[in-house]
Design a protein around this ligand. Sequence first.
Ligand code: ADP
Ligand code: MG
Length: 304
Amino acid sequence: MNDAITSPLPTSPTSLCASPPTSLCAKSQSLEISSSLTPPAQDNSGSGLHVRNATVHYGTKVAVDNVSLDVLPGEIVALLGPSGCGKSSLLRAIVGLEPLASGSIAYDKADLAGVPVHKRGFGLLFQDGQLFPHRDVARNIAYGLEGGQMLKPERAARVAELLELVGLVGFERRAVATLSGGERQRVALARSLAPRPRLLLLDEPFSALDRALRERLAVEVRDILRATGTTAILVTHDHDEALTVADRIVLMNDARLTNPATHPMNREFVTSETFQKLQTSGSALPRSGRGDEISCCPHREQEG
Ligand code: ADP
Ligand code: MG
């Protein structure tokens, strides 16, 4: 079973490049809010994350195509889409691991162009990788607190607080090799939260776990993110997971966001048969009958 890597300073940047493309992404269906229901104007000047017209290329491959996305402070947004559609690439760009071919990313009004990964104040919880095997649980959690201003007793108190938060009191001195997959993920989450990141980016953090554990952990993670007021983006291809964790769901397909990113997702639609079809076949979507907010139409230029 894979462990998660979490770190304010990623030890394995390439671990985000994971999912091979699938036939789903080769299709070009797009869900969009009908033009009669214009989403609220995007707030470029406010606090939080503001991605504008971001494009990421790998050679001639366009992995992220003109994407705009706002995440407000305290908000938990799920980025939902099939494997290979560009979710991890967008996350990598936000965190600073991938350069933008065009567009911009700002946080709290400050443009992040040229700001290195470790200065962005973002936390990462990747889909695979490992905790530091030579560090026990407490020292894994303390990793992001070292080398800063924090004194040792203060660090120990913060670690204790996080152990309690993720339900691992008493695990301080345990070697990570002795932990179950779910326990490792909790340690990974604690480690990413320890430095109080202003934005936490989670890339399919439950994908290595079995279904029952995934469901349980998704609920726990949601509760922890809410309790700590953490601003977060969860990348997932699992719509149940997105519904469990997120306040808002943004759909991605074929390198593009397919619903305007500032519009609250119609949660009923995500559970609908129509949406299931997109997830499983990528087949053409009929016009949505519910809510009027979402309709199917061919690709067109994204708003923003
Ligand atoms: P997702 O996370 O949605 O599964 P990715 O962002 O990992 O999608 O990948 C989007 C597309 O970009 C895929 O076609 C993938 O093969 C391609 N890709 C991802 N990383 C690289 C890379 N480092 N070099 C070339 N192509 C890449
Ligand atoms: Mg991915």
